[in-house]
Design a protein around this ligand. Structure first.
Ligand SMILES: Cc1cc2nc3c(=O)[nH]c(=O)nc-3n(C[C@H](O)[C@H](O)[C@H](O)COP(=O)(O)OP(=O)(O)OC[C@H]3O[C@@H](n4cnc5c(N)ncnc54)[C@H](O)[C@@H]3O)c2cc1C
Length: 398
C-alpha cells in the first residue's frame, strides 16, 4: 500500500501516541501501527490502573543512560509543565501523591488514553490495530514497512518512520525486541538491555528466611555504592520487592551486594544508649518491637540473641545488632525478568541520535523514541515523562 503519510509511527504506546497526537496538532498526517487490538495497553495498567503520568520533580538525575546529558535538549523542548498543561487542556487534572508523583484526579489511566483517542480522531490520523510490523527495509525512495494483520501481509512506503515500539518488559502487553532489532539492522549501536525496576530474587540457604517474612514491608534506605533510595521494601516468597528495591534494581548488577538500612530515620545505637540511661530493663527485642513488626523481630532474632536485657548487652553485641539493623547486607541471586520488570535498561545508544530531533544520525528519516532508547527513568512517573517528551520532539521534525 502506498500511503500519503508524512510519517509512519510504529507502536501505539505512550511515545507513539504523543508523537501521533502532536503530528496531528501540527497539521501532519501519520499512520500509527500497533500490534495489539487497542492503543495504550501499558498506560492502561500503569500505576495500578491509575497511571502515574509524570513527576513534578523530574530532572536529568532521575534517569539512567550512558549519556544523561543527552536528555537536556529533549526536556527543554517538552517540560513537566508541558505534560501537566497538555493533559489539563483535555480535562485531566493532576493529583500529587508521594514524592512528586502525579496521577489523574479521577485515578483512571483510561482517561489518559482517551485524550489520545480524541486527538487522533479530531486530527484525522490513521491507526491500524492488530498490525504487527515484521520488517523495515530502506531503498532509494525511503522505507518499506512490511506488516502482518488480519487482512494478511502487505507493505507501506514512507519517507519517515518512528520506532516507538517500547522495550522488552511484559510480552503479554505487546512488548518486543523490534526497536533493538531495527537499530542493529541499520548498524546503530545498542547499549546492552536488561530488566529494570524489577523485583530481586534470593535463593540458597537464605531463601527460607525471606520467605518467612513474605508480605512484610519496612521503610528502609537501600544502597549500592553511592546511590540510595528511601522507600518501602517488601519481603516476598521469592526475595525482595517494593519501591526501594525496584529503584535500586535499575542500578544492580549480578554479583553485587545491596545494603539495607532497616531503620533509616533513627539511630539504633543512640536508642540503646538512651535505654541504658533509664536502667536498660527492657529486652532488645522489646525495643525493636517499637519500630518493627513481630515477624521481623523474630526473623532478626534468628541471627542474633535479642531476648536479652539491654543493660546486660555487651558493647560488641550491641554493635552487631546495630550493624544488622542499619547495614543489612543482601546478595540477590537475580531478578524476576522482563515479565515482572516495569522498564528496560539500555537500548538504542543516544550517541546515534540527534539530541534535538531523535533522528538517527546515520539513517535520515529513521527516528527512535520512548523506552527503545537508552534512557531509563526511576520509578515515579519519570518513564512516562520521557515517553511524552521524546514523542513530542520527534513530532516536530516529521
Ligand atoms: C506494570 C507497569 C506499570 C508501569 N507504571 C508506570 C507508571 O505509573 N509511570 C511511569 O512513568 N511508567 C510506568 N511504567 C513504564 C511505562 O509504561 C513505559 O516506560 C512506557 O509505556 C514506555 O512507552 P513506549 O511508548 O516507549 O512503549 P510502550 O508503551 O511499551 O509502547 C510500545 C508499543 O509498541 C507496540 N509494538 C511493539 N512491537 C511492535 C511491532 N513489531 N509492531 C507493532 N507494534 C509493536 C507494543 O504493542 C506497544 O503497544 C510501567 C510499566 C509497567 C510494565
Amino acid at each position: 500500500m502506498v500511503g500519503t503519510y508524512d510519517a509512519i509511527i510504529i507502536g501505539g504506546g505512550a511515545c507513539g501516541l504523543m508523537c501521533a497526537a502532536h503530528a496531528g496538532l501540527l497539521g501532519k498526517k501519520v499512520l500509527l501501527l500497533e500490534r495489539n487490538d487497542k492503543i495504550g495497553a501499558k498506560i492502561l495498567i500503569s500505576g495500578g490502573g491509575r497511571c502515574n503520568y509524570t513527576n513534578i520533580g523530574t530532572s536529568v538525575s532521575n534517569f539512567i543512560s550512558e549519556n544523561p546529558h543527552f536528555l537536556h535538549s529533549v526536556f527543554k523542548q517538552w517540560t513537566v509543565e508541558d505534560t501537566i498543561d497538555f493533559f489539563e487542556s483535555y480535562g485531566i487534572k493532576g493529583k500529587e501523591k508521594t514524592l512528586g508523583q502525579l496521577f489523574p484526579e479521577t485515578n483512571k489511566a483510561k482517561d489518559i488514553v482517551a485524550v489520545f483517542s480524541r486527538i487522533l480522531y479530531e486530527t484525522g490520523q490513521d491507526i491500524a490495530l492488530s498490525t504487527l510490523v515484521k520488517s523495515i527495509v530502506k531503498d532509494a525512495d525511503g522505507f518499506i514497512i512490511k506488516v502482518e494483520s488480519l487482512k494478511g501481509e502487505y507493505e507501506y512506503h514512507t519517507q519517515k518512520v518512528v520506532i516507538a515500539s517500547g522495550g522488552l518488559p511484559v510480552q503479554k502487553l505487546g512488548a518486543s525486541d523490534f526497536g533493538l532489532r531495527i537499530a542493529k539492522q541499520f548498524g546503530l549501536e545498542v547499549v546492552k538491555a536488561a530488566p529494570a525496576l524489577v523485583p530481586l530474587t534470593i535463593t540458597g540457604k537464605d531463601a527460607d528466611w525471606y520467605m518467612s517474612l513474605a508480605g512484610n514491608s519496612v521503610f528502609s534506605k537501600v544502597s549500592i555504592t553511592d546511590i540510595s533510595f528511601e522507600e518501602n521494601i517488601l519481603f516476598t516468597h521469592w526475595g525482595l520487592s517494593g519501591p526501594a528495591i525496584l529503584q535500586i534494581s535499575s542500578y544492580w548488577k549480578p554479583g553485587q551486594e545491596i545494603t539495607i538500612d532497616l531503620l533509616p530515620k533513627f539511630d539504633l545505637d543512640n536508642l540503646i544508649k538512651q535505654e541504658r540511661q533509664s536502667g536498660g530493663k527492657r529486652l532488645v527485642s522489646q525495643l525493636l518491637h517499637d519500630y518493627f513488626s513481630r515477624k521481623l523481630v523474630d526473623a532478626l532474632g534468628k541471627f542474633l540473641a535479642l531476648d536479652i536485657k539491654i543493660a546486660s548487652l555487651s558493647k560488641a553485641d550491641a554493635k552487631l545488632i546495630v550493624d544488622m539493623v542499619h547495614c543489612f547486607k543482601v546478595k540477590p541471586a537475580g531478578d524476576k525478568g522482563y515479565d515482572k520488570a516495569e522498564v528496560m535498561r539500555g537500548g538504542v545508544s543516544t550517541a546515534e541520535l540527534n539530541n534535538k530531533t531523535l533522528e538517527s544520525k546515520k539513517i535520515p528519516g529513521l527516528y527512535f523514541g520512548g523506552e527503545t532508547v537508552d534512557v531509563t527513568g526511576w520509578l515515579g512517573g519519570y518513564n512516562f515523562q520521557w515517553a511524552w517528551a521524546s514523542g513530542y520532539v520527534i513530532a516536530q521534525d516529521l
